[in-house]
Design a protein around this ligand. Structure first.
Ligand SMILES: *Cc1c(COP(=O)(O)O)cnc(C)c1O
Length: 249
């Protein structure tokens, strides 16, 4: 049986490349339903707690953007996949996105090994990353993480603090503010998901009206990317729908 289940999941046990094809079809459907260009939506494969072999398989199938949450786990993967030593596949140059909490003692390694940081919530961390960004690399692309669900345990700035932080980040050399990111509390109701993502889109529109040139809305995971696309996501961050369940930490 190759039919998709009623939940739209890829078949259980499917290989990463098959999952990718399935996901791309769902992204295309969601984009078309929203009257958007599917090519304007970038799939960021969230590879935390996933093996190098699975990342290499997705890269071999044409994905170039990968996201990691934990620096210690990411560094060996990045170095292994940049050299591809011992792997029997030719893989294009990958773009690494840091999507976890940034601790101040990790900023140098993050600035050296990642192209993007999606989780900026303090000016001080942004300045450290900028100062430590190697001069031979392009500026670090960053998003401000917004805590839309007002959960005290979640990271990110409150919606009311977004404008002030965006102003603080403007003009920092070696850093490029690209937009906003959120990981809202999960909901299985499409309308609830949509309403939450539309709030992030509105915050972004407010910043644009103030003159910030932003092009990125990083929102939507395996369980809610359809609503995120309807609300204007330009990067969706997909883990389990591409890789299957994560391993233990
Ligand atoms: C783990 C993670 C994801 C991916 O979640 P899935 O449900 O596996 O798609 C996306 N964004 C962030 C910030 C994550 O930590």
């Amino acid at each position: 049986m190759t039919e998709k289940s009623s939940t739209g999941e890829a078949p259980r046990g499917a290989a990463p490349a098959a999952r990718l094809a399935h996901l791309r079809a769902r992204v295309r459907d969601a984009a078309e339903a929203a009257g958007r260009d599917p090519d304007a939506i970038r799939i960021l494969a969230v590879s935390k707690r996933q093996p190098i072999s699975a990342i290499a398989a997705l890269a071999g199938a044409g994905l170039t953007d990968f996201g990691e949450n934990y620096l210690q786990e990411a560094l060996p993967k990045i170095s292994r996949l940049s050299g591809m030593d011992g792997l029997d596949q030719t893989v294009p140059e990958l773009t690494w996105h840091f999507i976890g909490a940034v601790q101040s003692n990790k900023t140098r390694a993050i600035a050296e090994h990642f192209s993007w940081v999606h989780t900026i919530d303090r000016e001080r961390i942004a300045r450290r990353l900028a100062e430590q960004r190697p001069v031979e690399l392009p500026p670090l692309d960053v998003c401000i993480e917004v805590n839309l669900s007002a959960e005290p345990t979640k990271s990110g700035v409150a919606p009311a603090e977004v404008d002030a932080l965006a102003a603080q980040l403007t003009g920092i050399e070696r850093l490029r503010l690209r937009g906003l990111m959120a990981l809202p509390a999960p909901s299985d109701d499409f309308e609830t998901q949509l309403a939450t993502f539309l709030r992030l889109a509105e915050l972004q529109a407010n910043l644009q009206a103030q003159g910030h040139a932003l092009d990125t809305l990083s929102m939507g995971t395996s369980s809610d990317f359809t609503a995120a696309i309807a609300a204007g996501a330009t990067i969706i961050r997909i883990g389990t729908a591409l890789f299957g369940p994560r391993g233990a930490r």
